[in-house]
Write a protein that binds this ligand. Structure first.
Ligand code: NAP
Length: 283
């Protein structure tokens, strides 16, 4: 009999994860199944206990449980500790191991667009929430040349800088307005805010009027796939990296942790694109 896998979140109704994981199991001839579990915050501890009781082999974790769930797990991998959140759980014979594939997933979507090494990149991260933190942890580890954190609430960007200061000597903070003025300084610009997500598709986190044409501009929002921000970047001639790559890669990395097998990422991407078809989606 196949094993059971799942997603813990609240809400989970629009999640694409069951679709892509179940399809990947099927493609690989595995009889496993993946279910979305809508877990209210007050039931989180019991839900984690159920992973052990029901012998659920692995889980993804999404909003709002990514941070809170950590205290119920038996071991947290180093990168997830740095990110301060878990998006993947492996049940190793009752021992629950938490990890985070978001940052690596993002990095893997970025790498094919680079024509210089990471150590030569000056990065602007717009936003200071969970996704920004996951990406920052990985870029700090990779020792990019510099990272500037820009956020609507500047104090949160400051807190992000403080969290990583000990591991990188070239971190800075700015307001969104300052970042907009400083845009020519950056070789990689990443929108990690939800600005531009459907239905408010005409919004942009900052203007890219002054962007370098050899920069890479990236957006974590993938509904729509080409956000207003990415459209502006494309018209300025920059390379663009959409948010679907991160979504697919983080899923594929979780899948590998659970099964030891690499799923067909291109097929995962196509499935999500087909499903998107103009609908609102999130994880
Ligand atoms: P989060 O922790 O809630 O952080 C949200 C961030 O967006 C904060 O920095 C917030 O600024 C900023 N923000 C929200 N509305 C804004 C507005 N109107 N103007 C300016 N800034 C605004 O969320 P998250 O988990 O980091 O996720 C952020 C986005 O990334 C979401 O759209 C999510 O769907 C997407 N995401 C995509 C992937 C993927 O696989 N592609 C993975 C993870 C997340 P303040 O601090 O000022 O509130």
């Amino acid at each position: 009999m196949g094993e059971v896998f799942g997603l813990f979140g609240h809400p989970v109704g629009h999640s694409m994860s069951p679709l892509i994981h179940n399809d990947a199991f099927q493609q690989l001839g595995l009889t496993h199944s993946y279910h979305a579990f809508d877990i209210a915050p007050k039931n989180l501890e019991k839900a984690v206990e159920a992973i052990r009781t029901l012998n659920i082999k692995g889980c993804n974790v999404t909003i709002p449980h990514k941070v809170e769930i950590m205290k119920y797990l038996d071991f947290i991998e180093e990168e997830a500790k740095q990110i301060g959140a878990v998006n993947t759980i492996v049940n190793d014979q009752g021992r629950l191991i938490g990890s985070n594939t978001d940052g690596r997933g993002y990095l893997e979507s970025l790498l094919p667009s680079l024509d210089r090494s990471l150590s030569e990149q000056d990065v602007l991260i717009i936003g200071a929430g969970g996704a920004a933190r996951a990406i920052a942890a990985v870029l700090v580890k990779e020792q990019v040349q510099s990272i500037t954190f820009a956020n609507r609430t500047v104090e949160k960007a400051e807190a992000l800088k403080v969290a990583f200061d000990a591991n990188h000597r070239n971190l800075a903070v700015s307001s969104l307005q300052e970042a907009e003025q400083d845009v020519p300084k950056f070789s990689i610009i990443i929108n990690t805010t939800s600005v531009g997500m459907s239905p408010k598709v005409n919004e942009r986190p900052i203007s890219l009027d002054k962007v370098r044409s050899n920069a890479i501009v990236s957006d974590l929002v993938y509904n729509p796939l080409e956000t207003s921000f990415l459209k502006e970047a494309r018209l300025k001639g920059t390379k663009i990296v959409d948010g679907l790559g991160m979504f697919v890669n983080q899923a594929a990395l979780s899948f590998q942790k659970w099964t030891g097998v690499e799923p067909d990422r291109r097929r995962m991407r196509e499935l999500v694109l087909k499903q998107l078809g103009g609908n609102n989606v999130n994880r």
